[in-house]
Design a protein around this ligand. Sequence first.
Ligand SMILES: [Cu+2]
Length: 309
Amino acid sequence: MNDAPASQSALHAAGPVAETLVGVGGVLVLGAGAIFLGVMLLLWRASRRAPGTVDVRRWVIGGGVVFPVVVLTALFAYSEWHRPPWRVAPPKDALIVGVTAHMWWWEVRYRDPATGAEIVTANEIRIPAGRPVYFGLGSADVIHSFWVPPLGGKMDAIPGRVQHLQLQADRPGVWRGQCAEYCGAQHARMALHVVAQTPAEFDAWLAAQARPAAGSALDRGREAFLANRCNACHTVRGVSAESRLGPDLTHVGSRLYLGAGTVPNDAAQRLAWVAHTQQLKPGARMPSSHGRIEPAALQAIANWLGELQ
Ligand SMILES: [Cu+2]
């Protein structure tokens, strides 16, 4: 993985669905530009003609009715023809990923191909390059919208419904996505990252995610995590699985960012996130721990989170 900031540009397509959208968008922009120029030209000509010499009826019917009907019908047919596949059934070779939007983070679910067990993670979606990925999108609270512009289209996540979206990355890389439907105070900090890997790397990653948390029960950080009831909201498989109010932290140390793209996941930011959550992401549904948990225990928790690879 390189260190360049992950692209969120809809113009730099990294997969077939996004390429189609860029192509259709280009045709629409060129067509609109040509029509705009044509209208300006007519306006210029009209301004130079004497009043009363224009056949108004002909222009209103031709330019105001016939022309738009022909152009819009053609555009409709063209864009329908190129519409990305939003079919209800996933293609046979697709990877299926469940995504549930929360205020203001993304819960991500896979099936372990070996056991069929559910694997839960958050805010970072790893996918194998070159294979279609079929998303089932839901929401736990309000309407959100799932959008990773370099990889494909956008789809709303609506409470009480499962929506579908298919994306594909042509090559390994990291791309940024963003909630695209205003959903409250921290809508802007509701990003996600898609990491496309080679199929072998992806399989190894998925197998690692399926395992329970690493580390020993004697770890000070683990003790402090439980003693301070972080597990009232967070699951760490193999340690505590009481709640899913917050992101699953079983392998949080392996993720690129914390807080849905709010801070990079390094040692200093892990401590800062737990201590000063409300400063980094005001309104986030997790309390700051600064002043509530003594510094040594906080440091131990942050170190332990880093070890949850
Ligand atoms: Cu949002």
